[in-house]
Ligand binder design. Structure first.
Ligand code: BGC
Length: 348
């Protein structure tokens, strides 16, 4: 069968290859892959900057944002042929650490977790894959066009889950949220903010097109100025751009008792000069809480599936700005100016 693979560490090595059928050892569910979402992590892997092949192999099947249809399922698996399904990305470390042992692999403490399509396990960008029901999530059939957005939605479902847990360290009545970066993660973070009844502000440098349109369609406000210039001291900031200067800016801008969540994986090697004393002073004197958030556990997949089911499907469809056949993978791995989410269609 065909799969999109890379040689980790080797820029420009992405290609469609013939690979063996998925091994039964991967799990009793056989899934036909419908769509694979491409994100910044995939671009980093394709550039040779990230990613790890399974032990003893030199290539990695990429693809961690997936949507598939169950082709075969054992009677007692909780799944049936025809079900729409999404595969969870991370697997617990083998020790397991205390968090992986209780299903919180997103909070793995020793870094020995694996991730399908990213770290040590083949991903979902093959025509078929196998999976254990424990790591598969069933989706509402109404999400057949947009279910590939589940995985990025899990990332923001986790971020919001932790924002709320942290917020509740005190009496907490949040009203405003700022989201920096109007890529898929930012727009989905904004969606979940609106679903929580908050006043949402989205900030991005892009002035026209789908990003401001989708923001306004949510009933949220769109800004192209830096966060320090919009005259807001938000109760919550969700940083989704990963741009180093923006990351620094958001640390100063939350309101008192603010919760700032960093979700963007920033590039290394960019220096920004800061007055560390002033920053530390502000964080202390305002009781600010700043934290990072990555990945998601099964509970977040369930929360994200609910968030997508509650959203306007038309809005979610507009988030997918390009659909590219598998053979067009090279173009899918190039950023276009008007991209929000690019999706590979896996069935010819
Ligand atoms: C994925 C996460 C993953 C992270 C780090 C992100 O793109 O969505 O599931 O944990 O990359 O590898």
């Amino acid at each position: 069968m065909r799969a999109l693979t890379v040689r980790p560490g080797q820029a420009g090595s992405a290609g469609v290859q013939d690979v063996p059928e998925p091994p039964v050892a991967d799990g009793p569910l056989l899934v036909e892959t419908l769509a694979i979402g491409i994100c910044g992590t995939d671009l980093e892997i394709a550039a040779g900057d990230y990613g790890e092949a399974p032990p003893g192999e030199d290539h990695l099947v990429i693809g961690h944002e997936s949507l598939g249809r169950v082709a075969e399922a054992p009677a007692d698996s909780g799944f049936a042929a025809g079900d729409l399904v999404v595969g969870i990305v991370r697997r617990p470390d083998p020790v397991p650490c205390a968090n992986c042992a209780v299903g919180e692999w997103d909070m793995c403490r020793n870094g020995r977790y694996t991730e399908r399509g990213i770290k040590g396990l083949h991903g979902y960008a093959s025509e078929r894959y196998r999976i254990s029901p424990d790591f598969a999530v069933a989706l509402d059939p109404a999400l057949s066009q947009v279910g590939v957005l589940l995985e990025p939605t899990t990332v923001v479902a986790k971020a919001w889950d932790h924002i709320e847990r942290i917020g509740h360290r005190v009496h907490w009545e949040p009203r405003t949220v700022a989201v920096t970066g109007a890529g898929p993660i930012g727009l989905l973070a904004a969606l979940l903010g609106v679903q929580r009844g908050l006043e949402v502000h989205v900030l991005d440098v892009v002035e026209h097109g789908v990003k401001p349109e989708l923001t306004r369609a949510l009933g949220a406000e769109y800004h192209t100025q830096p966060i320090g210039e919009i005259g807001l001291a938000p109760d919550v900031i969700v940083e989704c751009s990963g741009v180093p200067s923006v990351v620094m800016d958001v640390l100063y801008q939350s309101g008192h008792d603010g919760v700032v969540c960093l979700t963007g994986v920033s590039p290394r090697g960019r220096n920004v000069t800061v007055d560390a004393g002033a920053l530390g002073r502000e964080i202390v004197l305002e009781n600010d809480a700043i934290f990072g958030s990555v990945n998601a556990n099964r509970a977040h997949y369930e929360q994200a599936a609910q968030a997508l089911a509650d959203a306007d499907t038309g809005w979610l469809e507009r988030l997918i700005t390009r659909r590219v056949p598998l053979d067009g993978y090279a173009d899918a791995l190039q950023r276009h100016a008007e991209d929000v989410k690019v999706v590979l269609e896996m069935q010819a």
